[in-house]
Design a protein around this ligand. Structure first.
Ligand SMILES: NC(=O)c1ccc[n+]([C@@H]2O[C@H](COP(=O)([O-])OP(=O)(O)OC[C@H]3O[C@@H](n4cnc5c(N)ncnc54)[C@H](OP(=O)(O)O)[C@@H]3O)[C@@H](O)[C@H]2O)c1
Length: 307
C-alpha cells in the first residue's frame, strides 16, 4: 500500500487534497500531522499530533510515523502547512521567528528525520508561493535573501524593513523561497534519488491562511473567496484558483498524474492547470544559496549538515 505523510492536510486546499488522496480509489495510506484533534479525511488515514511551532513536536511526530510504518517505506512526503503573520514579533518554543520556523525550519527537520524512510524514487512536495519571486508581482514584499540565521532572528537582519507588516511579508516570501531552494537541494541529494517539487498553488482566496492578519485583510480574503467574486477574478488573473482546483492539483502531483519535466522543480497552478516554469528567480537558481540554507538549517535544527 502506498503511504503519504502530509502536513497542512486539515484545512484550506490541503484538506481537499487529503480527501482526494484517501478517496482516490487507490490503496493509499495517508498519515497527517495535525496540531489539533481533527476528523481524518475519509478512507485509510490517520492524524498524529504535530505542532510545527515546536521542533520537539516534529521529532515526536517523526518517531510516531516511523513506529506506525514499522519498516514500510514512505512513497510521498507532502509539506503543505504554512502561516503568514502581520509582523515578525512571534517566536516559537525554540526562539525562532514563527513564520520561518513553521514554514521552513520545522519542515526541513521533518524531511531530514524521515529521509531514511523514503523509498528510492519517492516524491517530496513542498508548498511554495509565487510570492517567492518578485517577477510575479504578487504584491507582497519579495525576499532579499534566504539566510537562515537572519530569517530565524530578523532583529539581526541589517536590511529588515522597520514597518511590521512589510517585515512580516518578507518572512513569508523568504520562507517560500526556502521551499524552492530545499526542493532543489533534495532533487540533487548525492545519497538518494528523489523527485522534489515546489508547488505554487497561485492565489487561493477564502482559505484559513489570512487568519492571523488584520481584520480588514481577513475580511477581504474571505470576500474574495466567495463564488460571486471568485469567478470574475479568475477570468482576469491566471494566478487565481479555487480551493478545489488547488487541492486537486496537489493531489494530482502526489498521485503522479502530473510529473516534472527533467531538471524542473517548480510546479505552478495557472487557470487551474499545472505548468512547469523554466525560470525561477535569480536567488532560487543559486547553488551556493541553496547549499548554505541546507547547512544552516541543519545547524539551527540541531542536526549534522550532511543529508
Ligand atoms: N491560499 C493561498 O493563496 C496560498 C498561496 C500560495 C501558497 N499558499 C500556501 O499553501 C499552504 C496551505 O495554505 P492555505 O491557504 O490552504 O491555508 P490554511 O487554510 O490556513 O491551511 C494551512 C494548513 O497548515 C496547518 N498549520 C498551520 N500552522 C501549523 C502548525 N503550527 N502546526 C501544524 N500545522 C499547521 C493548518 O492547520 P489547522 O487546520 O490546524 O489550522 C492547515 O492545515 C500554505 O503553505 C500556504 O503558505 C497559499
Amino acid at each position: 500500500m502506498a503511504t503519504t505523510v502530509m502536513t497542512g492536510g486539515t484545512s484550506g486546499f490541503g484538506r481537499v487534497a487529503a480527501e482526494r488522496l484517501t478517496g482516490s480509489g487507490e490503496a493509499r495510506q495517508l498519515i497527517l500531522g495535525a496540531r489539533r484533534r481533527t476528523k481524518p479525511a475519509a478512507g485509510e488515514s490517520v492524524a498524529l499530533p504535530l505542532d510545527l511551532t515546536e521542533l520537539s513536536s516534529v521529532r515526536a511526530f517523526a518517531v510516531s510515523v516511523l513506529e506506525r510504518l514499522d519498516g514500510a517505506p514512505v512513497d510521498a512526503l507532502v509539506l503543505n502547512a504554512g502561516v503568514i503573520r502581520p509582523d515578525v514579533a512571534g517566536r516559537t518554543a525554540d526562539g525562532f521567528e514563527t513564520t520561518f520556523a513553521v514554514n521552513h525550519l520545522a519542515h526541513y527537520l521533518l524531511i531530514r528525520l524521515l529521509l531514511p524512510a523514503l523509498r528510492e524514487g519517492a516524491l517530496v512536495v513542498l508548498t511554495t508561493s509565487g510570492t517567492y519571486d518578485a517577477a510575479t508581482k504578487a504584491g507582497l514584499t519579495p525576499p532579499r535573501h534566504a539566510e537562515a540565521d537572519l530569517l530565524a532572528h530578523p532583529d539581526r537582519d541589517p536590511g529588515r524593513d522597520s514597518r511590521p507588516r512589510k517585515a512580516g511579508e518578507h518572512a513569508y516570501t523568504a520562507s517560500k523561497l526556502c521551499a524552492v531552494l530545499t526542493a532543489r537541494s533534495l532533487s540533487v541529494l548525492p545519497a538518494r534519488r528523489l523527485t522534489a517539487i515546489a508547488y505554487d498553488p497561485g492565489q487561493v482566496f477564502g482559505t484559513g491562511l489570512a487568519g492571523g492578519l488584520s481584520l480588514p485583510l481577513r475580511t477581504a480574503w474571505s470576500l474574495l473567496g466567495t463564488p460571486v467574486l471568485r469567478r470574475p477574478l479568475r477570468r482576469l488573473n491566471p494566478h487565481f484558483n479555487t480551493r478545489t482546483a488547488a487541492g486537486n492539483a496537489l493531489a494530482d502531483l502526489v498521485l503522479g498524474n502530473a510529473a516534472p519535466p527533467k531538471g524542473r522543480v517548480l510546479a505552478a497552478l495557472r487557470r487551474g492547470r499545472i505548468v512547469w516554469p523554466e525560470d525561477v528567480s535569480e536567488l532560487a537558481r543559486r547553488d551556493d544559496v541553496a547549499q548554505a540554507l541546507w547547512e544552516d538549517s541543519a545547524r539551527l535544527a540541531g542536526l549534522a549538515a550532511a543529508g
